[in-house]
Write a protein that binds this ligand. Structure first.
Ligand code: SAH
Length: 363
């Protein structure tokens, strides 16, 4: 049987109250009814949380004092403390947030011509172990609650409020493997997508996975209209297993089958992320092999110049080689783009800021 939000919450230590940002609108309605309140108050609470964006229950002035006290008794409102906030020359903003238990997570705001995009974290650390990634260096500490993911968007929106701007899109591409924290991630999606709340359109949300195959099937069955990306990074099983140990459990041919199931089920195109790692997967023959792999797949390929991670010894592919790689794919009719880099001067790539902090802590 599917575990409900409240049962997940009661499993937690009693001393830690759940975040109100973890509650979907319908869950809030049921909770209110159970506590002798009218369910329409849920819409008012959503309005205070996501439209007026207050930071204390007592500011929710159209609720009775009793209800405000009841909420404060059962939930916390502020779950993230801003430890570091940096702005890059290109406008990218990076936040390091401290959680109630002292762990830190990163969130990045990217400025694009089409709007403001927030990259959220779903786990403290990661257990997937990709050999090029900074997020996985210390292993997985714990999953985030839906509300801790929602609060990242709210915090960034509050920073944007100062400029009268709005978060227009969300990418679930920060630290962690979202499909390894699947239920909380789905709750997060429902909360930020709700039109009584932040109202971020499904087509403005992207989730990326390293390829947890059973969850891809489950995700496909949800038939959401959100954008779906898969970290592919290799044209064949041998190279993928070298870069991403998860490929030993969830092999490339099965991954491609699951992706095809997703496409058939949703009718949507997928994105493949392909990091170019010098001498490993960036040769012309790899581009040819990649073109064959995705030949009949409704997809788009995002080429990512590798972000240098001091603990990892991968080298960057020279620019001309990246263009040659792209050209091979284009000539073979594959939709492909090279990812624009942002926030270099503030360690905005996945896990870099947090990795740096961790190192300073252990010094
Ligand atoms: N765990 C999910 C979400 C992370 S998304 C996933 O793996 O898809 C972040 C993207 O950046 C992933 O495609 C990841 O593989 C990629 N990435 C991580 N470290 C990188 C590095 N050093 N250089 C380039 N891309 C990297």
């Amino acid at each position: 049987m599917e575990q409900t939000k409240s049962s997940r919450q009661t499993e937690k230590k009693e001393s830690v109250k759940p975040s109100i940002y973890s509650m979907e609108l319908d869950e809030l309605k049921s909770w209110l009814k159970e506590h002798g309140e009218k369910s329409f108050r849920a819409g008012q609470i959503f309005d205070w949380l996501y439209i007026k964006r207050v930071t204390a229950f007592e500011d929710m002035t159209n609720l009775s004092k009793n209800l405000r006290e009841l909420l404060a008794e059962h939930f916390v409102l502020t779950t993230l403390k801003t430890a570091i906030q940096q702005t890059s020359q290109d406008g990218t903003m990076k936040f390091l947030f401290e959680l109630h238990d002292g762990y830190t997570i990163e969130t990045v705001l990217m400025k694009h011509e089409y709007g403001n995009s927030v990259c959220v974290t779903t786990q403290v650390g990661c257990r997937i172990g990709c050999t090029f990634c900074a997020s996985t260096l210390g292993g997985l500490k714990r999953n985030l609650e839906a509300g801790e993911i929602v609060a990242q968007v709210v915090k960034v929106q509050k920073a944007l409020d100062e400029f009268g701007e709005r978060v227009s899109s969300v990418v679930i591409m920060g630290i962690g493997e979202p499909f390894d924290n699947f239920d909380e991630m789905l709750s997060f999606l429902k909360i930020i997508n709700h039109d009584d709340g932040l109202n971020i359109g499904a087509r403005h949300i992207t989730v990326s996975t390293s390829g947890i195959i059973p969850k891809i099937y489950q995700f496909a069955d949800e038939k959401l209209q959100i954008n779906f990306a898969i970290s592919l990074h290799a044209p064949n099983t041998e190279i993928r297993s070298r870069l991403m140990p998860i490929n030993r459990a969830y092999k490339l041919p099965e991954l491609m089958k699951a992706v095809q199931y997703y496409i058939d089920k949703t009718g949507r195109r997928v994105s493949f992320e392909y990091g170019l790692f010098g001498g490993v997967n960036d040769q012309i023959e790899h581009a040819e092999e990649l073109a064959n792999l995705v030949k009949n797949v409704k997809c788009h390929i995002n080429l990512i110049p590798v972000n240098y991670v001091p603990e990892r010894d991968y080298v960057r592919t020279p620019k001309e080689q990246i263009f040659r790689f792209e050209k091979v794919l284009k000539n073979r009719g594959v939709n492909v783009t090279i990812r624009r880099e942002q926030g270099h001067d503030i360690d905005a790539a996945c896990g870099q800021l947090r990795a740096k902090e961790r190192k300073e802590e252990t010094r």
